[in-house]
Design a protein around this ligand. Structure first.
Ligand code: HEC
Length: 239
């Protein structure tokens, strides 16, 4: 009996710490934050809009096929839509530093970090955005960027106007480590490669005959699609 407990106790201790260290979802937790997904308001710079800024980032960084998408739900965590993210994603509404979601993306031990190595960590700006969203109540807000006015009068710059849109909406699934369809979109040359044949606009504007991208979540807003079209019409320069 004594011998058995010598074996069993460390196993129990290991199991306890092991499960408490991984980000197990809380099946009892039912999210109940206010929900406002109206798109009749322009975007305010002080507010983080889940639908416009947070969901595309989480979908392309976490809800990939084989990871935390609705079909795979790795570790029972589904990060493909608002309710699932609130229910299973380790979000403590109003408390970013108490949220396991933030803990795993800021984890300094590479082997425990999400997205897992060899995927790169999220950038400091992206982490700040996610923390701010949780601080502001992790609400399901949306805004209509088209109502802010779409200024296409200035020269469209690849680095300033186009690449940030790709980084937010596409790069996580089209990086060196997870290149959806064998396509990488991490720099100018790689983006330029899919301009040919109208593929970039075809997938983003979700035209018939093209695979809609992003495959889940929201379509990129009209203003940014217009900017990409103008940039392509100008010869898709690396400016
Ligand atoms: C959640 C992951 C994910 C996101 C986000 C995503 N893609 Fe994809 N993409 C894929 C996968 C997976 C494939 C391969 C699909 C297939 O072959 O059925 C793919 C395929 C493609 C293709 C090839 C289409 C074809 O017809 O072969 C292009 C181009 C593309 N994506 C561009 C984009 C762009 C641009 C964005 C951002 C607006 C984006 N993707 C966002 C996962 C993603």
């Amino acid at each position: 009996m004594k011998k058995l407990s010598v074996l069993v106790v460390p196993v129990l201790i290991y199991l306890f710490f092991n499960t408490s260290c991984t980000h197990m979802p809380d099946p009892e937790f039912v999210p109940d934050p206010p929900t406002d997904t109206t798109q009749n308001n322009p975007c305010s710079p002080d507010t983080v809009y889940f639908q416009n800024e947070v969901l595309p980032l989480i979908v392309s960084s976490c809800a990939k096929s084989g990871c935390h998408d609705a079909a795979t739900k790795a570790e029972r965590i589904n990060l493909s839509d608002y309710n699932s993210i609130l229910r299973t994603g380790g979000i403590k509404v109003g408390n970013p530093n108490g949220s396991e979601f933030i803990e795993v993306i800021t984890e300094t031990r590479v082997k425990d970090r999400m997205p897992p190595s060899p995927e790169p960590a999220l950038s400091a700006t992206q982490i700040e955005l996610l923390k701010k969203w949780i601080s502001q109540g992790a609400k399901n807000l949306a805004c209509n960027a088209n109502l802010n006015g779409c200024d296409t009068s200035k020269t469209i710059s690849f680095q300033k106007d186009i690449m940030p849109v790709i980084e937010l909406n596409c790069k996580g699934c089209h990086s060196a480590y997870s290149a959806g369809g064998g396509i990488k979109l991490t720099n100018y040359t790689e983006v330029k490669n899919v301009v040919t044949g109208g593929v970039l606009i075809g997938v983003m504007d979700q035209l018939s005959g093209f695979k809609p991208m992003p495959p889940a979540g929201n379509k990129v807003d009209r203003c940014n699609i217009s900017k990409i079209k103008i940039w392509i019409r100008n010869g898709a320069p690396n400016n």
